[in-house]
Write a protein that binds this ligand. Structure first.
Ligand SMILES: NC(=O)c1ccc[n+]([C@@H]2O[C@H](COP(=O)([O-])OP(=O)(O)OC[C@H]3O[C@@H](n4cnc5c(N)ncnc54)[C@H](OP(=O)(O)O)[C@@H]3O)[C@@H](O)[C@H]2O)c1
Length: 276
């Protein structure tokens, strides 16, 4: 792989690239380091809807092992993974693979040992963001010795909040509507002692984090491929982001081999705080 920025260009190994960022050391309880990653096509697609099933998923054309290795390196550095109700519903229905466990995938088996060496618990905590609170609790999540928490808004169905608390899950209320808002969620997670928070969520959570100035870093893989198609998702949802969408590139790598020999960029961005 070639590091293009910062220059001068230099050949570097793919494995270990994101571990070298030491994301797990960058935050504190007062200011957790909140990071997200996406993989998309050159025309901005992060998911497309399968017309036969009606469900959206990551396009197979852009999935590849090199990107997945780097995804697992980011996951391994988290104190806490934030997922959401929609993902748990897809997982339960067998529509998506389980990406909530460290060390279970071939290209990332070494990462359990890496966490142990860094003094981190084997599995990061899981925070499930949901407005509906209508999701199954996967056996693979609760089986692990790990903290599992729920995050929701003040207007979420109270009977479900109480039912989850009765089952022993702490419920964080972060936001005045039904949905979780970025800044209050990050504050609550910091208060619980989490220093590195990895968002395994989608466009809605990324957008609320950006709007609230609560995102510390965005990792973006851009597959050199145009996908086209009518029914797709992009990385954002909701109103225009205006200034909250400004990012500064802090590194760029070029992998000429994947996906499918077309090539891809691994870009790392830091959100710019609004002036003043
Ligand atoms: N290519 C990539 O890197 C990438 C990354 C992420 C996602 N994707 C794909 O993009 C598509 C859309 O993503 P998505 O499903 O994550 O869409 P989304 O519209 O961002 O989130 C869907 C669900 O997440 C919960 N949720 C999200 N934000 C929330 C918030 N602020 N507060 C409370 N609940 C919240 C809600 O669950 P409840 O209904 O339970 O309230 C909602 O139904 C999917 O196909 C996904 O697989 C691709």
């Amino acid at each position: 792989m070639l590091r293009l920025f910062p220059g001068p260009p230099e050949e570097v190994a793919l494995a270990g690239l994101y571990l070298a960022d030491a994301v797990h050391t960058l935050g504190s309880s007062a200011a957790p380091f909140v990071y997200a990653s996406f993989v998309g096509s050159l025309d901005g697609r992060i998911a497309s809807r399968d017309p036969s099933t009606g469900f959206s998923r990551l396009p197979v054309e852009i999935i590849n092992e090199n990107d997945f290795r780097l995804f697992l390196e980011l996951q391994a550095q988290a104190d806490c993974l934030v997922t959401h109700g929609g993902y748990l519903r897809d997982l339960a229905a067998g529509r998506l693979d389980d990406v909530l466990q460290i060390g279970t995938h071939g290209v990332g088996r070494d990462l359990l040992r890496w966490r142990e060496e860094k003094g981190l618990p084997a599995q990061p905590a899981v925070v499930i963001a949901s407005a509906s609170l209508d999701f199954p609790m996967p056996e693979s999540v609760v089986r692990q010795a790990r903290r599992v928490l729920i995050a929701t808004g003040r207007q979420a169905p109270q009977d479900r909040v109480e039912a989850l608390r009765a089952q022993g899950y702490p419920v964080i209320v972060a936001g005045d509507g039904a949905s979780v808002e970025g800044a209050p969620l990050v504050r609550e997670l910091g208060g619980l002692g989490f220093r590195s928070v990895y968002l395994l969520t989608g466009p809605r959570m990324l957008s609320t984090m950006l709007r609230d100035g609560a995102l510390s870093r965005l990792y973006l893989t851009i597959a050199h491929r145009l996908m086209g198609g009518e029914d797709f998702h992009t990385m954002t949802a909701g109103p225009r982001l205006e200034g909250a969408g400004r990012l500064r590139l802090s590194s760029l790598h070029y992998d000429a081999t994947a996906p499918d020999g077309a090539g891809q960029w691994f870009a790392r961005f830091e959100p710019l705080r609004p002036a003043g």
